[in-house]
Unconditional design. Sequence first.
Length: 274
Amino acid sequence: MAQHLAGKRVALTGPRKSKEMALLVEKMGGIPLVRPAQGTVFLDDRNIRDGLVSLISDPPDWAVLTTGMGLDAIFEMAEDMDIAGQLLDVLAEASIAARGYKTVNALRKRKLTPLVRDDDGSTDGLIREFAPHDLAGKKVMLQLHGETAPKLVNWLEEQGAHVSQVLPYRHVPPEEGELELLLNEIVQHEVDAVAFTSGPQVRFLAAYAALQGKLEQMQQAFREGVIPASVGKVTANAMREEGIEALVVPEEEKMGALIVELGRYIAATHAGKS
């Protein structure tokens, strides 16, 4: 394997598959630093159950689905509650908007087709495609993952929609010590790149940096040497909202692809300087 990361220190902020990502960084000659910026993600049973009861008793006009994993979790809970058939009927009757190819695949498994689909995998893309539709007075069920989406919620409400949210997963904040270590390594340029794999990682880190009065320092470090890398467009959008412009975003939204693309970026940058 090409040694595109030779000698480079790469901070890995995701708790999931960190060992596999670290091994890939090492195979490419780099030095992986596991720095979780996101705590445990767990299934929020009560939120799903309450959301399902409300959804079936008061069906929405629109179902806005943002993650395939979240949709699968909702159906698994519906199976457990013996109401999966009713849930499928409700979604079949509703107009569906979907963000991301994984969400579309999860719908396809259930023979459901979205009326609205994002044009680039991001919340902004979903809003762009949603814009021609009249949502005034419409009941909208918004399925998220483990964090709220204020921009999307605000936009829906500005269109006159009545929004209810279902969050199948809940994110627990990371250890403060991990955030402190990562933040210091970034502002002191002790890492060459930071690989983000979810929006919550970015938000937790930015919130901690702001609390420490170092948000601008962190943003500047990302502009002046530390490479910000994102697993996909949704995470890149979360980074942009926190004042960080991702320089590496692979076409294929996978963690392995992120590390490979980071290596290519570094190799191309060095080639340009030589």
